[in-house]
Design a protein around this ligand. Structure first.
Ligand code: ASP
Length: 335
């Protein structure tokens, strides 16, 4: 009989959770200064791997590649019950959405956590956060909920999570839908299931192109063939250049044209309200070449509902940042 999986693989990427206020001259701060060995006590069921030591504001393709390889390897091991990733808070939601896109189908928990105060702060929040993250990674209700983010006692899904505060310990929210759960004294309480927009029938094909493929990509877990194809492309190819442009008062069409002339490979239009776009932009968007797909989402913090503007492909409830990642992944899928 097979032994039950008990091991948690902890992958460190840096961030304030591993940061020191006192690393350099007074007043300086260095994110990711400490290795995991100095943050987490050794335990028989914990395996610690330092993937990177960066400030997540500087997240790059090399670290994303290493991280996805480490996550894939860990999830593939029978003895591994789940993965915890320590990460800076600045781009945590980007990495969570990338990993959710690639690994939502694994059935094993992948939990990201962070801290808003450095490890040498008089009252650090990191230790509580990684303990909570370990509790979630060991909880039976986590695996089917896709990639999760744990911070300040709350459990957020990769789809809804966003950093909404610059310094508060409770820095993350899940928009209108609220957190998926909470952790209290090591106990995990689940409030709801993650939202997964329906993929139209017939669209769930790895061979789907254009808007069909876009809709499939917006709704992880993906078909296995698509998942492998995109992961391989991520490891081998340059990251496609997708830009976010904000429609607002006096939106200037020259910014769109300049991006297209410079070779942009996709545009995310962060629309006003429920996804409306300045009239001066609409003709430019309508005449974009096929090689520059554009998608529409709302810049509003509490959007999270179907968009009204139908001119482009809708990014549904995704924030502009996450739509940007999905559109880049689409370009990777198209090869
Ligand atoms: N700049 C830091 C980072 O994202 C902030 C943090 O971790 O809270 O790495």
């Amino acid at each position: 009989m097979q032994e039950p999986a008990t091991k948690i693989v902890v992958l460190g990427t840096g961030g304030t959770i591993a940061g020191l206020q006192t690393a350099g001259p007074p007043g300086t701060y260095r994110a990711g200064a400490l290795p995991l060995a100095q943050l987490l006590p050794e335990g028989a069921d914990l395996e610690r791997v330092d993937v990177a030591h960066i400030d997540s504001k500087d997240m790059d393709l090399a670290v994303w590649r290493q991280l996805t390889v480490q996550v894939a390897q860990a999830l593939g091991r029978d003895e591994v019950a789940g993965v915890v990733i320590t990460h800076g808070s600045d781009t945590l939601e980007d990495t969570a959405w990338l990993l959710h896109s690639l690994f939502a189908s694994s059935g094993k928990p992948v939990v990201l956590t962070c801290a808003m105060r450095p490890a040498d702060h008089p009252a650090p929040d990191g230790p509580g956060n990684w303990r909570d993250a370990l509790a979630v990674a060991r909880d039976g209700g986590a695996g089917h909920r896709g990639v999760l983010v744990v911070c300040a006692g709350q459990v957020h899904g990769a789809r809804g999570v966003r950093k909404q505060h610059g310094w508060a310990v409770d820095a993350f929210g899940s928009g209108q839908a609220g957190a998926l759960g909470a952790v209290n004294n090591g106990q995990v309480h689940w409030f709801r299931e993650p939202i997964r927009p329906a993929v139209d029938s017939g669209l769930n094909e790895a061979s789907a192109v254009g808007e069909s493929l876009w809709r499939t990509l917006l709704s992880p877990p993906w078909p296995e063939q698509l998942r492998t194809q995109v992961h391989q492309a991520l490891l081998r190819r340059d990251w496609p250049w997708v830009a976010v442009v904000h429609s607002a008062a006096l939106a200037d069409a020259r910014s769109l044209r300049a991006l297209v002339d410079a070779g942009v490979q996709g545009l995310v239009v962060a629309g006003t309200g429920s996804g409306t776009v300045h009239r001066d932009w609409l003709p430019v968007l309508a005449s974009l070449p096929e090689s520059v797909p554009w998608v529409l989402c709302s810049a509003c913090e509490m959007a999270g509902m179907p968009l009204t503007e139908q001119a482009g492909w809708s990014a549904l409830d995704l924030t502009p940042r996450k739509a940007r990642i999905s559109l880049a992944l689409m370009q990777l899928a198209l090869g």
